[in-house]
Design a protein around this ligand. Sequence first.
Ligand SMILES: Cc1cc2nc3c(=O)[nH]c(=O)nc-3n(C[C@H](O)[C@H](O)[C@H](O)COP(=O)(O)OP(=O)(O)OC[C@H]3O[C@@H](n4cnc5c(N)ncnc54)[C@H](O)[C@@H]3O)c2cc1C
Length: 399
Amino acid sequence: MELSGQKIIVVGAGVGGLAAALAFRQRGADVTVLEQAEAITEVGAGLQISPNGGMVLQALGLADDLAQRSVKAETVQLRDYRRGTPVVALDLASHAADQTYLFVHRADLIDVLALAVRKAGVHVRLLQKVDQVAPGRVPAVSLANGAQMQADLIVGADGLHSKARVALNGEAEPQFTGQVAWRATVPNDLELGPHAQVFMAPRRHLVCYPLRGGDLVNIVAVQERAAWVAEGWNHQDDPEALREVFRDFGGQAKHLLDRVDQVHLWGLFRHPVAEHWHGDGLAILGDAAHPTLPFLAQGANLAFEDAWTLVDSLVQAGSQAEGLELYQSRRRDRAVRVIEAANGNAWKYHLSFPPLRFAAHTAMRVIGRFAPEKMVRQFDWLYRHDVTDQRSSSTQTGT
Ligand SMILES: Cc1cc2nc3c(=O)[nH]c(=O)nc-3n(C[C@H](O)[C@H](O)[C@H](O)COP(=O)(O)OP(=O)(O)OC[C@H]3O[C@@H](n4cnc5c(N)ncnc54)[C@H](O)[C@@H]3O)c2cc1C
């Protein structure tokens, strides 16, 4: 269908909403983004952009701007927590040289997206909290200030606590996963190179990688625990609480933890993938459709894939209803597969029974030594999935 002149409202100016807004605008649609916050900002932390998400940003014309603000990853290194002894490394530079993995500060990514949408002529309206989303022949949103707005299509990119998702699927109770995570950034005074490092310990792990030309190091530290922490992003915590939980970590991990002077803590919850991703004149994408645990660094990457596929499906279809149907059929199985893979990663990092831990680490060392390419190739289904490839776009589903 022709998108030129279609009136699109995108709810939420996160990474998924801005990418969708830009993709619609590039097809000539009249796009308005409604964001509840007073500014388009992001918390001070890092994101890994894997090739599958990077290909969307490239197709949107953002690759150069993003490259200037990112660190290009060379390896992913799994290490033991006590002294940081290497267990195995995925050599991306040698075995995936045709692909680009980036480490980027969230604020920089949002900045690149926000500048591009404004330049393209998208109307971005801040301090616009959407209270209700109503699908229908003339879909509409109701705002907290009492106003109502109508469009040809509403896109719910409103994140974890999405109103649009509720309109399509009703309320769903998230389940606490028994895991909490801290996030912090610290100066890179160890001069860590372009590597993601995962320090694995019984019931805990810590991931770090450099940001901003290597000036900062991003830290995500995960612990299994029974106690519940309210779901969300911005629960400030005491750095001493973090250090106490990871006090037996040695080597570089200890040094990084010693440098933390500000940290946020949040609880990790599992949400079901939404059954319905669209209704009359309404579609959802990103965390609104499928909140993802951070153990495979895919939430934002999936949101980019969704944004591109939504617009492409509408363009390919004869009608909006057909396009929305095609969008869900191309996306849902893939999202489920990625989310299940992410769920499975935490326990691999957190093995605590010593013989099992020893056996798993030995197996990883053996594969890493004798079949290093195999370590990288096992993720081909994830990272080589190119939703922007026109040759396969009409048939791509969850592969
Ligand atoms: C610790 C951690 C590390 C992560 N690391 C990675 C990583 O390395 N790589 C990766 O790909 N992903 C990562 N993710 C996941 C990723 O951050 C999310 O999946 C991604 O931000 C989702 O994007 P989104 O646009 O769907 O939602 P969000 O980014 O949450 O944006 C939603 C937007 O909607 C707005 N909004 C919400 N409700 C309303 C309303 N009612 N009215 C108006 N506006 C509203 C919000 O203010 C917000 O701006 C990580 C997540 C966590 C927690």
